[in-house]
Design a protein around this ligand. Structure first.
Ligand SMILES: *Cc1c(COP(=O)(O)O)cnc(C)c1O
Length: 454
């Protein structure tokens, strides 16, 4: 008996255009607001922060945006990615549902993040940007951007949360091997980092400290631009290669999805995977879109839809989306890529318009699902991806109870081969279960307050 089926597309099927969901949504996005004046941000503010082409994509209402030939050529490193049918999991669950997954784990950096990193590095190079500066938690985004910048011949500087820099060094080694600079945050290279270290020499760092240092660096160096791994509209746009390929693969085998499932940190893999189906959904197709989140940081499940700072430091623009509050510091979980207080505005809007649903899972539920999947299919999902596996299993079990032959497709956002420490502690029965999210917001890091003007 086969444990899975595989559906490939020829290299010529790599999408030629990205799909922009904005013109198809029932309403537009609210303006980004300036962090100090609270007025809508102008183009000059944005272009000091990001390469011009990305600023244009950020607000574009064109439904299709051509993928530059150089970016398409770089996608050939691993795209088109396969669609698999997880027949062994179907049998194991004894479900009448069909389970498919789109495999983004074959990317050279290990996750879907390279889809956007390549586009960002390409435009930065084209516009003569000296260096892209970014922040990374566990290092998935930092490794994708480092690789992309090396391929396009530009510099990257990555501020990595100090606790991961020291405790989970493999992705740092990867970034350095790609020839890029990685600094621990907080560190002595910025005013912000020095002040924090002076007050607390053992400061473990956080997303907030890393973003603050990256923004300070960009502000100081006119040739630098900031780079975002998720959240922004242009990132979700680049990620739509995932869903566009998936659509084509499903069409070839004559299947219509009933459920699309993805893990959500900010929502870039969910948006990229599911948005190309939103047109069908608005035209009446019954497609359920499900976001899988950690119980410790359930942005779409428990957050509020309101204006908040996009970044934890309160330095960047304000946007309206689902948020747990930018001062909320999620507890440490192994799915570092899901520790984010806010959803991408496009995903927030889709949720607000009832175009998608969300469920939250505890760490142990997630690793149980990831381990089962590895045993059945030989593919070890990243802890983030294992959230989507968990949600898929739950849906397939619902289908068993209802005797429903639904087609479930999930986004396999990345592999877990650099997350073996987490699987190790799960296997040893030593995995701590962080407190599930409670609606009392943690006090922000007081060291950040003066910078945010509060
Ligand atoms: C970063 C990451 C995620 C979460 O980020 P999104 O922006 O929500 O997609 C999920 N899976 C993997 C493997 C990641 O690296």
């Amino acid at each position: 008996m086969t444990s899975l089926e595989r559906y490939d597309l020829p290299v010529s099927a790599i999408p030629k255009r990205w799909y922009n969901v904005l013109p198809d949504l029932p309403r537009g996005l609210d303006d980004y607001l300036h962090p100090v004046t609270r007025e809508p941000v102008d183009q000059e503010f944005m272009e000091r922060l990001l390469p011009k082409a990305l600023v244009a994509q950020e607000t574009s209402t064109d439904r299709w945006i051509t993928i530059p030939e150089e970016v398409r050529a770089a996608y050939r490193l691993w795209r088109p990615t396969p669609l698999f049918r997880a027949t062994a999991l179907e049998r194991h669950l004894d479900t009448p549902a069909e389970i498919y997954f789109k495999y983004e784990g074959s990317s050279p950096s290990g996750s879907h993040k390279l889809n956007s990193a390549l586009a960002q590095a390409y435009y930065a190079r084209l516009e003569g940007v000296d260096r892209l500066v970014t922040d990374t938690g566990a290092g998935q985004w930092g490794s994708a951007l480092s690789l992309a910048c090396s391929l396009f011949g530009i510099k990257a500087l990555v501020y990595m949360v100090r606790a991961s820099f020291q405790g989970k060094p493999y992705r740092r080694h990867l970034m350095e091997t790609f020839g890029q600079q990685v600094l621990p945050s907080p560190g002595p290279h910025t005013d912000f980092g020095s002040a924090l270290l002076a007050a607390a020499p053992d400061h473990p760092g956080s997303e907030a400290t890393a973003v603050s240092e990256a923004l300070e660096t960009v502000r100081r160096n006119p040739g630098d631009r900031f780079s975002m791994g998720a959240f922004a509209n242009h990132v979700l746009l680049h990620q739509t290669v995932i869903g566009l390929e998936t659509r084509e693969q499903l069409e070839e085998i004559g299947k219509q999805p009933d459920f699309l499932v993805a893990s959500v940190g900010c929502g870039s893999n969910l948006g990229g995977f599911a948005f190309p189906f939103v047109g069908d959904k608005l035209a009446g197709a019954q497609i359920g879109i499900l976001a899988a989140e950690p119980a410790a940081c359930p942005t779409l499940t428990a957050g509020e839809y309101r204006y908040d700072f996009a970044d934890a430091s309160g330095l960047g623009p304000l946007t309206r989306t689902y948020t747990l509050g930018h001062e909320f510091v999620p507890p440490p979980i192994h799915a570092g890529g899901l520790r984010y207080h806010g959803a991408a505005p496009l995903v927030g809007l889709a949720r607000h318009e009832d175009l998608l649903d969300a469920r939250a899972y505890t760490q142990k539920e997630v690793f149980e699902a990831g381990t089962l999947f590895a045993r059945l299919h030989g593919l070890l999902p990243a802890p983030e991806t294992a959230h989507a596996v968990r949600a898929t299993i739950e849906l397939a079990e619902d289908c068993r109870r209802q005797r429903r032959r639904a087609v479930i497709v999930f986004c396999y956002s990345g592999h877990g081969l650099l997350d073996l420490g987490a699987y190790g502690s799960y296997n040893a029965g030593e995995m701590a279960e962080p407190e599930p999210y409670e609606c009392t917001l943690a006090a922000g890091d007081p060291a950040l307050a003066h910078l945010a003007g509060r």
